[in-house]
Design a protein around this ligand. Structure first.
Ligand code: DGL
Length: 287
């Protein structure tokens, strides 16, 4: 494995960009590849088998682009597919973990709220976290249907997003939570609104910076840190509509970001169907 190779990062959509920005700030020289599986977001209502298949196909795509390490920048894909990914691929694979440990260390009221998808809250990983820290604090899990979709449309502060957040956050505050964990990588983009709703006395935390530190540590240990003295690059792909993804990625990442269509080789059925349609239209033999 070559230290000059890029790092591959993926999520069900654009939420993993909240992890990517921490990776960029912790590792300024690394080249970064990002796949948003937006055609299939949210993962939260998909089967475990589907999420595993998507995670494998995207990891294979990133490896075909020479990725030296993979970051699963999605709590839901971590819960559903991390064991399979680690058993299939030998490179460093870094995964998400909701920031329950720092939240338990931070709380003064002894009550923390965890905002996540229902799939993440039901995952083995979360059940283990609950068992490990549940004696030190009351841990309230809150699933948040609809929030991923709001971020996927770039609505970070509109009325519908605010109403959904009030519905999920206020009951946690009423039960005494003084620390809120963002257990889905889409939610840090809603952090300003969550903080506004929760008030200044409530801490809102996520694990993106910790994941970036963990990635740095793994690369260092494997002598895989890029040592070129110049700024790294980023390249973005989406399985969704490219013309929708460009303005969204530009909004969440930085202006004028180029986004490419995820190729059919990444197991993307819509792309394959589209290719077959095109070949049919060209009237090629065999289609
Ligand atoms: N960003 C994903 C996560 O961290 C969103 C989940 C989903 O697509 O349902 O869980």
């Amino acid at each position: 494995m070559n230290a000059a190779n890029p790092i591959g990062v993926f999520d069900s959509g654009v939420g993993g960009l909240s992890v990517l920005r921490e990776i960029r700030s912790a590792l300024p020289s690394e080249d970064l590849l990002y796949v948003a599986d937006s055609a299939h977001a949210p993962y939260g209502d998909k089967s475990q088998q589907f999420i595993e298949e998507r995670s494998i196909a995207i990891t294979e795509f990133l490896i075909s682009r020479n990725a030296k390490a993979i970051v699963v920048a999605c709590n839901t894909a971590t819960g559903a597919a991390i064991t399979t990914l680690r058993s299939r691929f030998s490179m460093p694979i870094i995964a998400m973990e909701p920031a329950v440990k720092p939240a338990v260390a931070n709380t003064r009221s002894g009550v923390i709220g965890v905002l996540a998808t229902s799939r993440t809250l039901a995952s083995d990983n979360f059940v283990k976290l609950f068992a490990r820290y549940g004696e030190d604090a009351e841990i309230l899990g809150q699933s948040c249907p609809g929030l991923v979709e709001q971020v996927e449309t770039g609505d970070l502060s509109g009325d519908k997003t605010r109403l959904l957040l009030e519905r999920y956050v206020l009951p946690l505050l009423e039960r005494g939570a003084d620390t809120l964990v963002l257990g889905c990588t889409h939610y840090p983009f809603l952090a300003p609104l969550i903080q506004q709703i929760a008030g200044p006395g409530v801490a809102v935390i996520d694990s993106a910076a910790a994941v970036a530190r963990q990635l740095r540590h793994r690369l260092e240990a494997g002598h895989l840190l890029a040592d070129k003295g110049e700024a790294g690059t980023e390249c973005f792909w989406t399985s969704g509509a490219v013309d929708k993804a460009r303005p969204l990625v530009s909004q969440l990442w930085r202006s004028e970001t180029e986004v490419f269509a995820l190729p059919a080789s990444a197991g993307h059925k819509m792309e394959q169907d589209c290719l077959i349609r095109t070949l049919r239209e060209l009237d090629l033999p065999g289609f």
